[in-house]
Design a protein around this ligand. Structure first.
Ligand code: AMP
Length: 219
């Protein structure tokens, strides 16, 4: 039976980092809707061109499009044991679809890991993030600054800020999270699936708390 674990939390809570660790521990793919959209944008597919407009201003890509993309991803052979989902679902309609889709694929959502982080910390984390133009190496103005200002330590290329990490867009992304995604916390709590984790701890401590909370849930 396929097991799906969902990472839930606001942008900047550390979902990507923890989902990547967890997928290695569980031996199932890390499926990030944001990364899938970014790949489409890079290859300039029709889906990428459509998603880009929404993403650059911090809005959600419409459900229909997002759901079709995730359905295709979860049907691939590498997801035969399940997946760790990062950034999906983000709306009640997406959560309903995921429940149905998991059933169709003879699986179930086994746990929803909710990373709790206060707003002030999220803004600091997101707006301080800089990405190298050449290869996407990630820096943070406070937590992981480059040796020379504005230049990548590894390849010397210019550091740029992702459009959706600019202050105005970050504020909009947090607003969208409050309006559309936060209600999923209650939904999954009522379903008995929610595991609440303090996302302000150091990365390794968060990973330890996640593994401890998942114990017994995936057998
Ligand atoms: P992320 O990397 O998860 O922060 O996602 C970056 C952007 O991709 C979001 O701000 C949305 O514009 C879009 N996106 C990612 N996942 C979803 C989703 N499940 N539903 C709608 N839009 C999404």
């Amino acid at each position: 039976m396929r097991s799906y674990v969902v990472l839930l939390g606001p942008p900047g809570a550390g979902k990507g980092t923890q989902a990547s660790r967890l997928s290695q521990r569980l031996g199932v793919p890390h499926v990030s809707s944001g990364d899938l959209f970014r790949e489409h944008i890079k290859s300039q597919t029709d889906l990428g061109k459509l998603a880009e407009g929404y993403m650059s201003c911090g809005q959600l890509v419409p459900d229909e499009v997002t759901i079709a993309m995730i359905r295709e991803r979860l049907s691939r052979a590498d997801s035969a044991q399940g997946a760790v989902l990062d950034g999906f679902p983000r709306t009640p309609a997406q959560a309903d679809t995921l429940g149905r889709l998991a059933g169709e694929l003879d699986g179930a959502v086994r746990a929803v890991v909710y990373l709790r982080v206060p707003d002030a910390k999220l803004v600091e984390r997101l707006t301080g993030r800089w990405t190298c133009r050449a290869q996407g190496h990630i820096y943070h103005s406070r937590n992981h600054p480059p040796k020379a200002a504005g230049r990548c330590d590894l390849d010397g290329s210019e550091l740029i800020q992702r459009d959706d990490d600019k202050v105005e867009t970050v504020t909009r992304r947090l607003g969208v999270y409050r309006e559309q995604t936060e209600k999923l916390i209650e939904h999954y709590r009522n379903a008995g699936l929610l595991l609440e984790i303090d996302g302000t701890q150091p990365e390794l401590a968060v990973a330890g708390s996640v593994m401890a909370a998942l114990k017994g849930r995936l057998d």
